[in-house]
Design a protein around this ligand. Structure first.
Ligand SMILES: NC(=O)c1ccc[n+]([C@@H]2O[C@H](COP(=O)([O-])OP(=O)(O)OC[C@H]3O[C@@H](n4cnc5c(N)ncnc54)[C@H](OP(=O)(O)O)[C@@H]3O)[C@@H](O)[C@H]2O)c1
Length: 326
């Protein structure tokens, strides 16, 4: 047994439910490795599990999906990873830990030249940008897109990546500072949706045509206005609910606005096979190593203070990526 620490909660609720606890970590089981984490990525999905909007599999629960570290032990039946390897992941619960066991199928090797902290900051948000721009909709030079929460973790990566693909990139953000930040990260136009009518501005920017695709992670507060930003036969990609879930969605809404398409994609369905995970991570590492996408770690908190990090994320105080340091 290895004596270590994790952050868990025994009931769902506000940021105060977290406890920093002692853990006796067993040796890795078959198919698992043990890692010492250099950094943990904070994601909005962690909030959904903590507050109960997504169902937790059991209580107490150690949440967190994303991290990077060094392999310290290898269980039976693991072929691809050795002690000392630098690894990262984006799809395994239990990230809020100092050391942890993890099924090797979730891991990728971090290439030389990428710091473990950077890897922890970009796996979940960066692979999300990858599948949204390459696979949910094939973004290219002809594409005009709208991306909400442009100054957020996913938003800053997606803006840079969409620019690299040659698209016309319109964003929204909730303050003038965030508008400036997004403009410096690939966005051609950024609308302050707290003070401006974003549907009217999108119509203005696109000469009345509307956009090919809206990437909406806001949910309740931008619905159904996001649909009104689309061209006929455009795609509504609803990939999150930072303001709460969308209610009263009907298929008739798509018909009324010109045969729209709608999807509710999730990263975990896009990296479900080993090949999909490896390909998505490689595309991300390549775009970062080519300097087309920079990863902005704009907030860092000790793991013990994760409650404060959650409160800041929910209060819209953060920009770019946030790391928790064990
Ligand atoms: N489906 C997937 O595969 C997938 C994967 C990763 C992330 N996501 C989703 O993508 C979104 C972004 O994730 P992230 O971790 O990068 O977070 P984030 O964008 O850094 O933070 C959320 C941002 O949403 C905006 N927002 C608008 N209304 C809000 C409200 N009522 N409460 C809180 N925030 C609000 C805020 O920006 P402004 O102040 O500029 O409005 C805030 O900074 C989340 O909804 C997340 O669930 C989905």
């Amino acid at each position: 047994m290895t004596k270590t620490h994790a952050v868990s909660f025994s009931k769902t609720g506000g940021p105060e439910v977290f406890d920093y606890v002692d853990i006796d970590l067993a040796p890795p089981a078959a198919g698992e490795v043990q890692i010492r984490q250099a950094a943990i990525g904070l994601n909005f999905i962690d909030v959904y599990f903590r507050n109960g909007s997504y169902k937790v599999p059991h209580l107490p629960f150690v949440t967190g999906k994303e991290g990077a570290g060094t392999v310290t032990a290898v269980g039976p039946d693991v072929a691809d990873f050795r002690i000392g390897d630098r690894v990262a992941y984006a799809s395994a619960d239990g990230a809020y830990s100092v050391e942890r066991n993890i099924e090797a199928r979730h891991l990728v090797h971090v290439p030389d030249g990428i710091e473990l902290e950077t890897a922890a900051a970009m796996m979940l948000k960066g692979m999300t940008a990858e599948y949204l721009l390459n696979r949910t909709f094939k973004v290219g030079p002809q594409t005009v897109l709208l991306f909400h929460a442009a100054a957020g973790g996913v938003g800053l990566i997606a803006g840079q990546w969409a620019k690299a693909l040659g698209a016309t990139v319109i964003g929204t953000a909730g303050s003038e500072e965030k508008v400036e930040l997004a403009l410096a990260h690939g966005y051609n136009h950024v609308i302050n949706y707290k003070s401006e009518d974003f549907v009217g501005r999108v119509r203005e920017i696109t000469g009345g045509k509307g956009v090919d695709v809206v990437y909406d992670s806001i949910g309740r507060d931008t619905f159904p206005q996001s649909l009104d930003c689309l061209k006929p036969r455009g795609l509504f990609a609803s990939f999150g609910q930072s303001s709460g879930p969308i209610e009263n969605f009907t298929l008739a809404m798509l018909a009324q606005r010109g045969s729209l398409f709608a999807t509710r994609p999730s990263l975990f369905a896009y990296i479900a096979t080993r090949q999909e995970l490896v390909d998505s991570a490689k595309a991300l590492f390549d775009v970062v190593q080519s300097n087309k996408v920079r990863i902005n770690v704009n907030q860092t908190y000790p793991l013990r203070e994760v409650g404060r990090a959650h409160a800041d994320l929910e209060a819209r105080k953060t920009t770019g990526t946030t790391l928790l340091i064990p």
